[in-house]
Design a protein around this ligand. Sequence first.
Ligand SMILES: [Zn+2]
Length: 302
Amino acid sequence: MRLTGRLFFAAISMCSLPCATATAQAVAFTWDDLPAHSALPPGQTRLEIAQSILKAMKDKNLPPAYGFVNGSFMEHEPGTESVLKAWRAAGLPLGNHTWSHMNLNNSPVEAWEQDLQKNEPLLREYATGADWHWLRYPNLAEGHDEKRTEARAFLKTQGYHIASVTMSFGDYAWNTPYARCVQTHDEAAIANLEASYLKAADETITYTRSASKAVFGHDIPYVLLMHVGALDAKLLPGLLALYQQRGFRFITLEEAESDPFYASDRNIVPEANPATFEAAAATKGIKLPPHPALPKMDDLCQ
Ligand SMILES: [Zn+2]
């Protein structure tokens, strides 16, 4: 929410300088692939990873962050429902990421809709008392043309909101090489991964803010895509400190998506453009610079 008029001055007068809450840009952290994302390093459990993430967010007083669930991951790794229980015990909400992480771009829309609904019984079970009708598209794949419109119309009839993503530094890409390097005890490689992870996050903040300013002339509240991976958990205290150093305050997904930019995803307008800066820029004929690229990590610790 942006403050205007009397409300803005009321907020200014209530806080001592510097008053970060009235002026800082805002970001909602959101977490995908619960309960089991990417490779698990030896000696760690899924629950320990989740608990590290929950602790880091609690230490920085983050408001409740959504965790988007794939039920099939619990079939592949029995016992990991403990992650969902820990998430809910910490007071954080869960959302739908489809049962099998089905990519809508590569699947018939009917099969995708069934996969989405297959995930709902466990959300009903674990997310009681919270609004779990938020969808994060697997691979952010929304489908194209008629398929896209059909899927969105379906989501609307089912009472969902779409959890947009407006900031992503590709955090997921570090977790598999990190697990390999833990396995091989390559401390130098791990240090390089940690440095490149935080560098990518920093460069992506710069890119995303400049994209927002190019399209709108100001910051909008951002929704950051994260994953419940082992390196994500290890580096989260540093990542949250980076966001604070860059002047961010932390908000909920609902707060971020109350901005008009997200209205077509929050309320689901079936024919609307995706809520991305790239789509908004294309609509306005604005050319954005390329998004920061991922470093090459495929050969690391092989
Ligand atoms: Zn995912």
